[in-house]
Design a protein around this ligand. Sequence first.
Ligand code: BG6
Length: 648
Amino acid sequence: MGDEECSDRRFGGCYMKGNHTKSKIKIVTKMVFCRKNEIMCGIVGYIGNKKALPILIDGLKKLEYRGYDSAGVAYIENNNVQIVKSVGRIDVLENKLNMKSSTTLGIGHTRWATHGEPSEDNAHPHISNDGNVTLVHNGIIENYQELIHKLKKHGYHFYSETDTEVLANIIDYYYKKYKMGPIDAINRTMVRVRGSYAIAVLFKEHPDEIWVARKDSPMIIGESDSGSYLASDVSAILKYTKKVYYIDNLEAACLKSNHITFYDLNGDIINKELKTIEWDVTASEKNGYEHFMIKEIHEQPEVISKTFHSYVEDDKIDFSKSGLSGDILKDINHIYIVACGSAYHVGVCAQYVIEDLARVPVKVDIASEFRYRNPLLSKDGLVIIISQSGETADSLAALREAKAMGIKTLAIVNVVGSSIAREADYVLYTLAGPEIAVATTKAFSTQLIVSYLFAIELAYAKNVIHKDKYHELLSEMNLLSNKIEDFLNKGIKSIQKIASEFSSIQDAFYIGRGLDYAISLEGSLKLKEISYVHSEAYAAGELKHGTISLIEDHTLVIGIVTMEDLYEKTISNLIEVKSRGGYILTISPNTIDVSKVSDYNINIPSTIKYFYPSIAVIALQLLGYYIAVAKGVDIDKPRNLAKSVTVE
Ligand code: BG6
């Protein structure tokens, strides 16, 4: 990397410490992050006949789970663009604003930075050199260094470390060069930039319009009698309208207070279908719970039942809405599940259930590996992408990879109209409703339900199971939400007590065999995500091949023991741990006797082996939650995490 590149550390070159003589240059991996400083943010906008600032602030608060280290708004007052930015939570911004302003038009942004301190310079909105263009952006511009050099040659200068400021200036550059108005400038910019973006733009010469465009980053546009709205996701505008439009990649729109016009990349006007959102606004409120996470944990019985009954009627599974028929299923001979984070753990559980029930081979991949592993996929295979948000970049890229290889794709997704949902061949929606807490709970549980239904329908379509087994499995699934409701009512107290005993632990190990191992992965992630305790999940039989060396007096080992056919093996693994001084906390149904090994036991309702992950995970979520509560950390917005990562 030449010195000229390193001379300006503001723009993603090497990170130099001290003077610039070669020997002192130190390339730090952080540089990669530098290019990704807009990894996940929330944008919102409004133009209409109401006061805009309260709507912007309210929307940004709803989007705070997407990023919460700095924020800003831009609004028009007396035909001038006013910009107010702040470091910290939205409350800080709200206190800085003159909320009495009568402006009825504005855009807002809440940021989540990974590199460079959150600062007012780096916070959005960003403005072009002469203030002609002001914008907010969610996503990343890959070729912004190249654009900076181009714009510098045309006399532009830069005040921030962000790729977004480049966007404001390149739009201004085309606006002035071709004098063809906003849509021409935006379309030329979309052709010129590489990367992902959802942008909302104000043009000084068009003070009664908000312009938007997107590629790969999420954006929804709302319409109501009181005006037009835009947001990164519907929870920010649900309070004002349920009538929304989804714009596709490389499309733009002009929002006026009483009209919205859509454009394609040629600048031609296009029609978009107006959709109605099923969710209601209370879904995105805390309803008296201390945290969204515990509220969403308590919503699981209801959303599990809703999701189950959205596919099962008269004791029969119906995937027809997705287009996934029995004929298609019976010809599928390979399953490839690809996902990230907790969704990947659903995939690991689904692998056990599908292979055992339908006898179809299943491979489970982490999306960020799948997309570069040049996988060998069989033509008679099906790639299943699991994602709550439907916007996780690695999962979206894996979907496109599979499609490019000519393999059928199925998406199991929670957000209607999300990119993954719209690009997959088949979609099975989960009905978890909006999930606000960064650590997923109810979406995870509904993904399990859809995975079980998929396994049962596949097994039936392939004549591996017959009617009796089919009905036996469905009737047991139909009992799950009540069993979980019951457990939530009766089990919480004992888990709170156990959690308070372990609130000062530094390390924990989760072990199990078969499906118990699969769900222990999620248990371990939940503890890590929200309480920052180091924890690992292991196949119980694997411990003695190395990791058991880490077990010493009072090391907490959480054993999930629900698989009756693996009972003895699991118990003997727990005895191995106990004999090295480990503290054993077991999670087991009362049909299984763990008294020989457990120092603490969380008793869960019994069910059929395939469905134990759905019950055990509730205990695991609560354990992680209450240990985090005891540690007093920010449960809904854990450090360094975001709800879904929309760039690679
Ligand atoms: C992470 C979230 O950013 O993305 C996890 O914090 C989630 O909870 C993972 O499991 C994958 O997200 P999604 O939306 O694709 O399921």
